[in-house]
Design a protein around this ligand. Structure first.
Ligand code: AHG
Ligand code: MN
Ligand code: MN
Ligand code: MN
Length: 334
């Protein structure tokens, strides 16, 4: 056996990282392990979604006014319970819960991190066996250790994130995250039940030939947004041809963008005057990942998305995110 080719697991990788940073306490690594464990539990259910009685509506409406799927609920419960049990998390906020949850046991109150998450992203894809995901975002709490966390701990601008990432339940299951330095991708090896380092130091290509936006809304977008989209629509045979992709799952769009480059847009329109995607659960963590991988993310012509101070947990926001040069072109067109 060639030991040089041994694949590094998530645990081994975080331990190695700790050795490189002697001042680190290991709490963030512990938190990432706990998130990875919740992801594995959700993955098991996602994989048997077609055979278990878990498909379809749970018969409830969440705080966003959307139908809640059973798998949304299951994933939400898994992440809340894992983070509640974790000794590294002071509290959580979830897309599926109206309010944040402060954990009040002694370990949790003495931990320094809060976690925000979208437990199941792309839930309209569940019934048709297309990729879905989980998105998470980690902040250092502002409130002192030893006390319960409060709303202000969760409403920090995205640039303050300590870590962010997603799990994609796709043709394979992957965990991709950043802890401010680099972006690392791990693929779940089902035979040993471990996430293994498969995509080290991911860098977004500076440009590519992919654009992604729900074109069904094209005529509802403002003129400046239509102008930006028109950059990618061939007008005659000599023009550069761009490929249009839209999965209906932000995790899948961002995963493709991290690897192949491109631009993903979810602008404001009609019934979604602030866009559809959520600042705290979706746009901030994805913008942090994309920026750490060398890409860019803006809310409008003048605003870097990560600099916005959220004013409420479930706030929505327009987003234009992806390859650096493509975001610059869109910015100029907006
Ligand atoms: P969620 O399943 O967490 O509610 O989010 C789905 C989001 C996002 O992932 C996707 O990009 C978008 O909804 C698709 O919305 P449209 O079908 O309106 O384009
Ligand atoms: Mn939803
Ligand atoms: Mn979502
Ligand atoms: Mn969701």
């Amino acid at each position: 056996m060639n030991y040089k080719q041994k694949v590094m697991t998530l645990d081994e990788f975080t331990i190695q990282e700790l050795r490189n940073f002697p001042g680190a306490t290991g709490q963030l690594s512990g938190l990432l392990r706990d998130i990875g464990l919740a992801a594995k539990r959700v993955n098991v259910e996602v994989n048997k979604a077609g055979i278990a009685d878990i498909l379809g509506e749970a018969g409830k409406t969440n705080v966003q006014g959307e139908a809640v799927k059973k798998l949304d609920e299951f994933a939400n419960d898994q992440f809340i319970n894992s983070l509640k049990t974790s000794i590294y998390c002071a509290g959580v906020a979830s897309e599926e819960n109206e309010d944040f949850i402060a954990f009040t046991d002694e370990h949790s109150m003495n931990s320094k991190y809060v976690v925000l998450f979208d437990p199941l992203d792309g839930s309209s894809n569940i019934d048709v066996n297309v990729s879905i995901g989980t998105i998470f975002s980690v902040y250092r709490r502002l409130t002192p250790n030893g006390s319960p966390c409060n709303l202000e701990d969760f409403l920090q601008p995205g640039i303050q994130q300590i870590a962010a990432g997603y799990i994609i339940y796709g043709s394979s299951t992957m965990l991709v995250y950043t802890t401010r330095r680099s972006v690392q991708g791990f693929t779940l090896d089902p035979s040993i039940g471990e996430f293994c380092l498969s995509h080290p130091n991911i860098q977004v290509p500076k440009s590519s030939d992919i654009f992604s936006v729900n074109m069904g809304y094209y005529h509802l977008f403002d003129e400046n947004v239509r102008n930006a989209i028109d950059l990618y629509m061939a007008k005659d045979a000599k023009d550069k041809i761009y490929r249009h992709r839209f999965v209906g799952c932000m995790v899948a769009e961002i995963h493709r963008t991290l690897i192949q480059g491109g631009i993903f847009m979810y602008p404001a329109f009609g019934k979604y005057q602030n866009g559809r995607l959520r600042l705290c659960y979706e746009c901030n963590p994805m913008s942090f990942l994309i920026e750490k991988a060398g890409g860019a993310s803006i809310m409008d012509k003048n605003t870097r998305l990560l600099e916005i101070k959220p004013n409420q947990l479930h706030q929505r926001i327009p987003i234009f995110i992806g390859s650096k040069h493509m975001v610059e072109d869109v910015k100029a067109a907006l």
